[in-house]
Ligand binder design. Structure first.
Ligand code: GLN
Length: 489
């Protein structure tokens, strides 16, 4: 039995029963990571700290002070500031940044007893759907097409988080999702990705992309594991003005894995032309199976959802361009050598520090916020965003949960050329949940004819994470869509 194949839930049982030590568990994951460096999942590894944490966990198991996730090996997407440990957002502009403080999410997981193995790769500033915009080179999907050695994208932006969890380098990871960056890569790598309601988890200490759509969330291999982790990162945080006071249910204890009497909505507009036929079939098959388990399947229309991508790619650059204004080479981050004056210091530090996609977003963002374009683009997009949120509100008056594909195709090759617009289209099924702030999860639901994982996507109304997990558990159990790390690579 490979320790890195264990689910988080099972590992906790073994740790509690003292059939396994935290040091053994951590060492097994460190060895696995060492052997799979080619996945390029990490930007920074912290093995010494991990082993020290694991020793502390073993002490706590021995003296009866173990916390809920004591000794569980995890890692963080490299946008969560970790005190004293480099945090780069996969950008050259932050290559030398060592935060003097800890993000709320990473602090909460530390307080829950987890062991941190390092900081995970991503698209630069979480902009992308392939992990290819990382200044550290892309992470790689542990899956390959049957009989084909081509390296595939793990998806993005949380490519390192999903590659690491899927391949068994860690048992779970944090990530962020602004348009789909948790759910899309989870689908490409055959694991679970969950984005809670906006305001559920604090954004304090999380390097922003677009603040009104950024959601911290969780990557894990099973629905139950993801629920255990999500519970720990939630809660009101006075340090984040958009954090919402809310009760966090004990998702696992309250789990009622049944869809009897639930209304499952299929969105008419989600049946897009570019959807791969096998994903369309998978959706129909799983919907039928849910029906057989007592769910009612209802087709609904969300008339404004077609505009979601366009709205996002106006609002995101606008917010990103203002968030990125802080990187000026003065207080921290990359600074150009020997600038002749202050102007040149700003211009060259930013020109050298930011990658192409980041520059593209700054250009688009400052344009849509400029006085001549503001009404036509930014304001219009903000209004349509509200119409989309209204569509969700209306939908959840008719159904309990929305079921769509997570992605229109399985993972693509890392060397495949894509235009920025083709890359942006990857978020088609996921971006609506970010605009409306509703919780959503991608669940492994099957495999393509080429042997690649395919995910299906569930969305529920605001703060209905429990219902989402209940349905996700059923979907997971009828799907047989997950593999153990050792079966993948
Ligand atoms: N594809 C989206 C983008 O590039 C992903 C953003 C995200 O969810 N972090 O903006």
């Amino acid at each position: 039995m490979n320790l890195y194949d264990l689910t988080l839930t099972r590992a906790l049982e073994l740790l509690k029963n003292k059939e396994l030590s935290a040091v053994e568990l951590t060492q097994a994951h460190l060895d696995r990571s060492e052997g799979l460096q080619k996945l390029n999942a990490y930007i920074t590894e912290t093995p010494d700290r991990a082993l020290a944490d694991a020793k502390e966990s073993d002490k706590r198991y021995a003296d009866g002070t173990a916390r809920v996730l004591e000794g569980i090996p995890i890692a963080h997407k490299d946008v969560f500031c970790t005190k004293g440990i480099p945090t780069t957002a996969a950008s050259k502009i932050l290559h030398n940044f060592i935060p003097p403080y800890e993000s709320t999410v990473s602090q909460k997981l530390k307080d829950a007893g987890t062991t941190m193995l390092g900081k995970l790769n991503l698209d630069e500033f979480a902009m992308g759907s392939s992990c290819k915009t990382s200044a550290y080179g892309p992470a790689i999907n542990p899956y390959k097409r049957d009989g084909d050695k081509t390296d595939l994208t793990p998806g993005g932006s949380s490519g390192g988080s999903v590659s690491a969890v899927s391949a068994g380098l860690i048992m779970g990871a944090t990530a962020t999702d602004t348009a789909g960056s948790i759910r899309l890569p989870a689908s490409f790598c055959g694991i679970v990705g969950v984005k809670p309601t906006y305001g559920f988890a604090s954004r304090y200490g999380c390097i922003p992309l677009a603040s009104s759509m950024d959601h911290p969330g969780i990557i894990a291999r099973t629905v139950k594991d993801s629920a255990l982790l999500l519970k720990e990162i939630g809660g009101y945080d006075p340090k984040d003005s958009t954090s919402t006071p809310h009760k966090i249910p004990d998702f696992v204890a309250n789990m009622t894995p049944s869809v009897k009497g639930l209304k499952v909505g299929l969105i008419k507009e989600a049946d897009i032309k570019g959807l791969s036929p096998e994903i369309r079939d998978l959706l129909r098959t799983r919907a039928k199976e849910l029906e057989a388990q007592g769910a009612e399947i209802i087709e609904i229309s969300m008339p404004h959802i077609d505009y979601a991508l366009a709205v996002y790619y106006v609002l995101c650059p606008a917010e990103a361009s203002s968030n990125l204004a802080r990187y000026d080479g003065v207080r921290y981050g990359h600074r150009t050598k020997d600038p002749k004056d202050l102007q040149e210091l700003y211009v060259k530090s930013r020109a050298e520090g930011f990658g192409e996609e980041v520059k593209r977003r700054i250009l688009v963002g400052t344009f849509v916020l400029s006085s001549s374009a503001y009404d036509a683009y930014f304001l219009k997009a903000a209004k349509v965003r509200q119409l989309i949120a209204n569509d969700y509100k209306a939908a959840f008056e008719k159904v309990d949960v929305l079921l769509t594909p997570t992605t229109a195709s399985p993972a693509f090759g890392l060397s495949e050329e894509m235009t920025p617009l083709e890359m942006y289209a990857c978020d088609i099924f996921t971006v609506g949940a970010n605009l409306a702030g509703v919780p959503a999860i991608s669940v492994p639901a099957g495999f393509s004819s080429t042997g690649l994982p395919l995910g299906l996507h569930l969305q529920t109304n605001l703060f209905e994470e429990q219902k989402m997990f209940n349905v996700a558990t059923v979907l997971e159990s009828i799907s047989n869509g997950t593999k153990k790390p050792s079966e993948i690579i």
